[in-house]
Design a protein around this ligand. Structure first.
Ligand SMILES: NC(=O)c1ccc[n+]([C@@H]2O[C@H](COP(=O)([O-])OP(=O)(O)OC[C@H]3O[C@@H](n4cnc5c(N)ncnc54)[C@H](O)[C@@H]3O)[C@@H](O)[C@H]2O)c1
Ligand SMILES: [Mg+2]
Length: 352
């Protein structure tokens, strides 16, 4: 779908209308919904809503997958009435995106509340029966969702969590007010604007040219190893954060760095994961694990990693009681980084 831009551009004293791509018109539409409360409210009339309960999304099980059901505004109004809640609550919803046909997608948490008093007469199990689904912790469901739902629900959870945790102006102590789309909050007394925040995190796959370094924290599922990750410190560049994290966690110095990709990660708060490949100096491969941060770290051969990437059922305990070495699932950027290395082990190029 393409639309003519409403904004005319002047060229050689003639007004011409530029043909805009679907992507551009969609982006401009979403920007309008973020900036104009009335336009956003109008978009809710034809929009679709994803529902949450204490930050757990409503899901329906379908074979080996979870599906995220959508509700129209009129369905949502009926549900809220059944749950003993005011339809005013719909204004607590947050905008997630829209389809190519400009159907806007929103998320609403039926329990967390940022503006109106809770009057939920129904309990969670009764809500689940009414909604023909279950509220499932996103961490448990993420890897059984399709890519689109995983991305939308991650954004939704991050936004809903941010609004729940930022209801007051940190300068005046007064309640701040969410805009209709949920893209910001404003303090009515001093007009300070607060925007949802993400913490930058570097995730680095260190290689010595033939092997790669993987590590695990005690909180990881048994047998799972991942690339080294760490929050950026204030004032640091990405390159500095990568060098520091690798040195802190495994006692090595990296010398070459190559950016790979990035990903929004909703856990435990909102992070922007920035993934890189890095190499250590030849011969400098002796790991000194920082046991305050990691349970274990080790070098793995190309074959070991390639085999682990193909493993289907990583949770199966072996007869000797141990768990096989396995890697994060496809949706995690760590998986992409490791896969990239398996396909092209010499992918670190730039000096760190
Ligand atoms: N998507 C993926 O593939 C993937 C893979 C690995 C890790 N991760 C995520 O990366 C994040 C960081 O990894 P890590 O735990 O090894 O980080 P880390 O090595 O920086 O250690 C965490 C510690 O850093 C400190 N810290 C500093 N700034 C912080 C901030 N803004 N928020 C929270 N803690 C902060 C805290 O003391 C915390 O305990 C984790 O939240 C994890 O979920 C994602
Ligand atoms: Mg770490």
């Amino acid at each position: 779908m393409s639309l003519y831009c409403g904004i005319a551009c002047r060229r050689k004293s003639l007004w011409c209308y530029r043909l805009l791509s679907t992507y551009v018109t969609k982006t401009r539409y979403l920007l309008e919904l973020k900036e104009d409360d009335d336009a956003c409210k109008t978009a809710q009339q034809t929009g679709a809503f994803y529902l949450f309960h204490s930050l757990a999304p409503l899901l329906q099980k379908s074979e080996h997958q979870y599906l995220a059901p959508q509700h129209s505004l009129s369905e949502l109004e009926k549900l809220l009435a059944k749950f003993g809640q005011d339809t005013q609550r719909i204004e607590d919803s947050v905008l997630l995106g829209c389809s190519e046909k400009h159907e806007a997608w929103f998320a609403l948490d039926l329990v967390l509340n940022s503006s109106s008093p809770i009057n939920a007469s129904l309990q969670k199990p009764q809500m689940e029966t009414e909604l023909k689904g279950s509220f499932i912790e996103l961490r448990k469901a993420l890897f059984q969702l399709n890519e689109k739902d995983a991305s939308l629900l991650s954004t939704a959870q991050a936004l809903l969590r941010w609004h729940d945790a930022h209801q007051f102006c940190s300068r005046s102590g007064q309640p701040s007010k969410k805009n209709m789309a949920g893209s910001k909050r404003v303090c009515p007394s001093n007009k300070i604007i607060y925007y949802p925040q993400m913490a930058p995190v570097v995730i680095t796959l260190v290689s010595d040219g033939t092997q790669c370094l993987l590590a695990r924290q005690s909180s990881f599922p048994k047998g799972m190893y991942s690339a080294l990750a760490g929050f950026c410190d204030i004032g640091e560049s990405l390159e500095e954060a990568v060098r520091r994290e690798v040195a802190e966690e495994v006692g090595l110095e990296v010398e070459r760095l190559q950016y790979s990709a990035s990903q929004h990660w909703p856990f435990p708060n909102s992070s922007l994961m920035i993934a890189c490949h890095a190499t250590v100096k030849p011969g400098q491969t002796e790991i000194q694990v920082n046991l305050r941060e990691l349970e274990a770290a080790a070098w793995f051969s190309h074959d070991e990693v390639a085999t682990a990437l193909r493993r289907n059922n990583p949770y199966t305990q072996q007869q000797n009681g141990t768990f096989p070495f396995w890697l994060p699932p496809k949706l995690a950027i760590a998986h992409q980084l490791i896969k990239e290395w398996v396909e092209k082990p010499t992918c670190s190029a730039l000096p760190a």
